[in-house]
Design a protein around this ligand. Structure first.
Ligand code: NAP
Ligand code: ZN
Ligand code: ZN
Length: 353
């Protein structure tokens, strides 16, 4: 593989787990024949960005550039690119490449690639061998097979979080065939959780939101929850025992998942999408009783991500966002840690001038 030449672009990066993010200049490869170069207009702020910037998952290499909810305009395409042209509005999510030949890749489940998917950040750049750098930057170059078409009718900034928060909640709800007649719980009203509420409602389920923030009750209902349970109130929790078909747990910090396992019916399933730094203790009896199961889910592959975007276009689903300037990112991280996000920060990349 010949090493492509590079160009410089502005970005925001972290130099160490404890340093705030600040302005930087990074190198990207110039487009190879199958690459698409994208001017980034908006980038959503996922709690994974914070886990990654602060090395909470113990694999971050510095300087680190987070950001994997990317939308923008195509500025250049390689000569072999078939699906995109200059000026197209496109998206890039959590992965930018994979082996493309293993059974998972061939099934369109590239996030489970046997050789390891190439993450949009924290992966290894296939051509340069350097760590991949994410979307808190002015431009990115991605092979066309990992670029998504954005529905023309959606507000672009509000659609950016679909690229991670959207697909991460859509995929497990779809896999569980959530629909009319199902009672579905969503735990945590943050970026992922608020999309979980919207999708579970759109699929026709009876949706119960669990929140630790009593101040989010009205928003939970506005976003589509039929009921909102304040999970710190034992009486409210006890009232829901043994009644759920499916629960999606989107909490970013350590919490008691046994309290939620006990809310499942016989054969009910709790899927974890939240990725706290520390292990989560599981009480055996919470699973044994009623033959319950506990599983996980990781983002989604490229075909399902495009399916989700098209579904959102058809049903006019986007995130509820708060737009920030690039230099407000450190304050946004602090607010995210206090569960004070309504319900996704999105960076206006024009402010990184
Ligand atoms: P977020 O916007 O910060 O939302 C997390 C929510 O969890 C908060 O708003 C809060 O909701 C609740 N919460 C926070 N601390 C809590 C605590 N100590 N106890 C109970 N509840 C608490 O985060 P996000 O971007 O949605 O991401 C959520 C998690 O999913 C993160 O760990 C992230 O890394 C992970 N993630 C996983 C995938 C995947 O593929 N599996 C993809 C993306 C993100 P309330 O105020 O309503 O209680
Ligand atoms: Zn994410
Ligand atoms: Zn593969």
């Amino acid at each position: 593989m010949t090493k492509p030449t590079c160009y410089s672009t502005k970005a925001y990066s972290a130099a160490s787990p404890s340093s705030p993010l600040g302005a930087a200049v990074i190198e990207r490869r110039n487009p190879t024949p199958t690459d698409v170069q994208i001017k980034i207009l908006y980038c959503g702020v996922c709690h994974s960005d914070l886990h990654f910037a602060r090395n909470e998952w113990h694999f971050t290499q510095y300087p680190a550039v987070p950001g994997h909810e990317i939308v923008g305009k195509v500025t250049a395409v390689g000569p072999d690119v078939k699906k995109f042209k200059v000026g197209d509005t496109v998206g890039v999510g959590c992965l930018v490449d994979s082996c493309r030949t293993c059974p998972s890749c061939l099934e369109g489940l590239e996030q489970f690639c046997d050789s390891g998917m190439v993450g949009t950040y924290g992966g290894t750049e296939k051509y340069l061998g350097t760590p991949t750098l994410g979307g808190y930057s002015q431009s990115i170059v991605v092979t066309e097979d990992f670029v998504l078409r954005m529905p023309a009718n959606l507000d672009l900034a509000a659609a950016a979080p679909l690229l991670c928060a959207g697909i991460t909640t859509y995929s497990p709800l779809r896999r569980a065939k959530v629909g009319p007649g199902h009672k579905v719980g969503i735990v945590g009203l943050g970026g992922l959780g608020h999309m979980g509420v919207k999708f579970a409602k759109a699929f026709g389920a009876h949706v119960v939101l669990f929140t630790t923030s009593a101040g989010k009750i009205a928003d939970g209902k506005r976003l589509g929850a039929d009921e909102v349970v304040v999970s710190t109130d034992p009486a409210q929790m006890a009232g829901q025992a043994g009644t759920f078909d499916f629960i999606l747990d989107a909490v970013s910090a350590t919490h008691d998942i046994n309290a939620y396992l006990n809310l499942l019916k016989r054969d009910g399933n709790l899927v974890l999408v939240g990725a706290p730094e520390k292990p989560v203790p599981v009480a055996a009896f919470a699973l044994l009783m009623r033959r319950r199961s506990l599983s996980g889910s990781l983002i989604g592959g490229l075909p399902e991500t495009q399916e989700m975007l098209d579904f959102c276009g058809k049903h006019n689903i986007t995130s509820d966002i708060e737009m920030i300037r690039m230099d407000e990112i450190n304050a946004a991280y602090e607010r995210m840690l206090k569960s004070d996000v309504k319900y996704r920060f999105v960076i206006d990349m024009a402010t990184l001038a």
